[in-house]
Design a protein. Structure first.
Length: 279
């Protein structure tokens, strides 16, 4: 599951991660462990599956490829001994999904830790460039960037064509929880003209008070398929609590960055158009 990479010329500009740390193009044997499900998918999409030596149990796409890749625990409960035994040269982590203290401990024995933090769909462009430069797959990364650019334009066209709507996006039940506007999910929804409420939240994933004054501004409620597994049976319950139309939404398409960003925008643009036609 490993291969050799020859030294390559430096990129025209530095390759920096979310913390501003500069990364050099990989040299020699490359062994990647990813603790971020959507970026594990990106690693495979970039043609790097044969260099992926570890993943979390939540890294499930692409399923056929990952069946033989060892698990190192979860995104927050990493099995240190297992990960150490895989001898990774590169570790991929995320500010939101992984614990800082865990990453700091891992950094004591993993030579290269790439920290990510995309907060909006367009942030994936820098992510593609970073991975493409570090892992010598710039051509594949450029193709992803071009596709994302087209998807962003398509999303903007839908957002311009329809009136903006304030929506409630539910991610959990008992307690009921939503997303703040500084999350990737909210930014992705905003790209097609859906603005999440509450507009001002004290937490990134706030608990919902169905009697709050801002609820009066909600036009539509979405039940995400993850992390809570909302099902069709929950639609009537939420409609009764909110007094609003409720619909299911694919949580992976709204929240997974990386290689799924373009598909996610197209999914949301299509859903926005379909729901607008149905009302």
């Amino acid at each position: 599951m490993t291969m050799k990479i020859s030294p390559a010329a430096d990129a025209a500009s530095p390759l920096r991660d979310a913390l501003g740390a500069e990364h050099r193009p990989a040299v020699g044997e490359v062994r990647i462990v990813s603790l971020v499900p959507s970026l594990t998918e990106l690693v495979c999409e970039l043609g790097l599956a044969d260099r992926l030596v570890g993943r979390t149990g939540f890294c499930v796409h692409p399923r056929d490829v990952l069946k033989t890749v060892p698990k190192v625990g979860g995104t927050k409960d990493v099995k240190m001994d297992v990960l150490r035994g895989l001898a990774p040269t590169h570790l991929i982590v995320n500010i939101d999904e992984n614990r800082r203290e865990t990453v700091e401990e891992l950094a004591t024995f993993v030579p290269n830790v790439i920290v990510t933090h995309p907060c909006a769909p367009a942030d994936n462009l820098a992510l593609y460039r970073l991975f493409g430069g570090v892992f010598h797959c710039a051509d594949r990364a450029a193709r992803l960037a071009a596709d994302l650019g087209a998807a962003l334009a398509e999303a903007q066209a839908v957002a311009r064509a329809l009136p903006r709507e304030d929506v409630l996006y539910l991610i959990w039940r008992e307690p009921w929880m939503s997303v703040a506007r500084d999350t990737y999910i909210s930014a992705t929804l905003a790209a097609v003209g859906w603005d999440t409420l509450p507009a001002d939240a004290g937490a990134r994933y706030p608990e919902i008070d169905w009697q709050a004054a801002w609820m009066a501004g909600v036009s539509r409620v979405f039940l995400s398929s993850e992390p809570y597994r909302f099902r069709e049976r929950h639609l009537a319950e939420v409609a009764a609590l909110s007094g609003r139309s409720a619909a299911m939404i694919d949580g992976e398409m709204a929240s997974w960055y990386g290689s799924r960003a373009a598909a996610g925008l197209r999914y949301l643009a299509g859903l926005r158009s379909a729901l607008a036609e149905a009302t």
